[in-house]
Design a protein around this ligand. Structure first.
Ligand SMILES: NC(=O)c1ccc[n+]([C@@H]2O[C@H](COP(=O)([O-])OP(=O)(O)OC[C@H]3O[C@@H](n4cnc5c(N)ncnc54)[C@H](OP(=O)(O)O)[C@@H]3O)[C@@H](O)[C@H]2O)c1
Length: 340
């Protein structure tokens, strides 16, 4: 079978397509014939050895997949061979057959195509855990979303609306803001690709506060970090909750006097650890999210797709900061698809 492999630490150009032996499932595991793999920012970090997780090489990047169960290991009652499933895993999804723990698989509704299923679990799962599990977002509250045109960002816009919040979307290009508006954002704020001066950062704080109705946001979800975190935090409402989700622009520092002055909470979000510690709660969250999908309330925006041989390019596109929506990789070749 074909797999895209990281053989040495480095950028997406170091990934190589290789033929390797097909793996077999052990007890409690299933083998999935992967049709589509969703691309996420951590894929870029993990191949560069910049992620909290350092897999032993060779390994394939890719942390979410959708496909068909090909074989099941001892003791697996569900899913069954032939069922359409999605799954999230720390890495490994850019390969034609992947071994996954049976309890990490979600059986897909018939209405959900593989590309949307592969672009769903990580972003919506993380955002649901953040907004519901960590922040307790309530209907009528104002939610500020940074990086609102990215994978996490668009899921936060959509889920924030589905939870009854007023959503303010902030991003670095009009394209990304248009995408956020198409997902239901109530107001948008354009920020520059870098703050050249302190005044620009202050203007961003003021623009966000105004877009949030003058008081600031009750909840901020931040997958961007870097120079954006402090000016965003300065705009938060009194007793607001600031969700630390990711650092696409770098790891920021927030002066703690601001936390005191706002009587605010800074809340860490680590969906992978949550799923590992509480798989049954994660499965329940996924059921809630799939019900919202089937009801037409949420739907990932797949904006670009690449073949497995171009998986490195797909990962590089995320590093370019030019994507609005989700990128997916078609893992199963069209030839195999016809023959399967
Ligand atoms: N905590 C968790 O459990 C968890 C789970 C999944 C993902 N994450 C993290 O969440 C973050 C976002 O992931 P994602 O999959 O949504 O990524 P994404 O689709 O690439 O979105 C990231 C956004 O960050 C902004 N950005 C700012 N500086 C950037 C830079 N130098 N390079 C690339 N993007 C930059 C971009 O928006 P603008 O151009 O509009 O600023 C971009 O749309 C990542 O740090 C990821 O590791 C965390």
């Amino acid at each position: 079978m074909r797999a895209l492999l990281s053989l040495q630490a480095g950028g997406p150009e170091t990934l190589k397509l290789r033929d390797i032996d097909e793996p077999s499932p052990g007890p409690g595991q299933v083998a999935v014939a992967v049709h589509v793999c969703g691309v996420n920012f951590p894929d870029l970090l993990v191949i560069e050895d910049k992620y909290q997780l350092r897999p032993t090489r060779p390994f394939s990047p890719g942390s979410e997949l959708a496909g068909v169960v090909r074989a099941v290991g001892e003791g697996v009652a569900s899913p069954s061979v032939g069922e359409r499933v999605s799954a999230s895993l720390p890495f490994g999804a850019m390969a034609e057959v992947v071994i996954v723990a049976a309890d990490r698989c979600t059986v897909l509704p018939d209405a959900m195509p593989f590309d949307e299923a592969a672009a769903f679990q990580v972003t919506y799962g993380t955002v649901h855990h953040a907004l519901v599990g960590r922040a307790g977002l309530r209907p009528g509250e104002t939610l500020l979303v940074l990086g609102a045109g990215g994978g996490i960002g668009l899921a936060a816009v959509e889920l924030g609306k589905a939870l009854g919040a007023r959503v303010v979307a902030a991003a670095s290009s009009q394209d990304k803001l248009d995408a956020a508006l198409s997902m239901g954002a109530d107001a948008v704020v354009l920020y520059p690709r870098a703050f050249e001066t302190v005044d620009q950062a202050k203007a961003f704080t003021e623009a966000v506060r105004a877009a949030c109705g003058g008081e600031g946001a009750d909840v901020v979800i931040d997958p961007v970090g870097g120079a954006y975190a402090e000016p965003a935090f300065r705009s938060i409402a009194g007793q607001g909750r600031y969700l630390v989700v990711g650092f696409a622009a770098g790891i920021p520092a927030i002066p703690l006097n601001l936390v005191l002055l706002k009587a605010a909470q800074i809340i860490g979000v680590f969906w992978g650890a949550h799923m590992a510690r509480h798989p049954e709660a994660g499965a329940q969250d996924m059921k809630v999210l799939l019900d919202l999908y089937v009801a037409g309330r949420i739907r990932p925006r797949v904006s670009e797709r690449y073949g497995l041989e171009r998986g490195g390019e797909a990962i590089a596109r995320l590093g370019s900061r030019g994507v609005s929506g989700k990128i997916v990789v078609d893992v199963l070749s069209s030839e195999s698809r016809t023959n399967s």
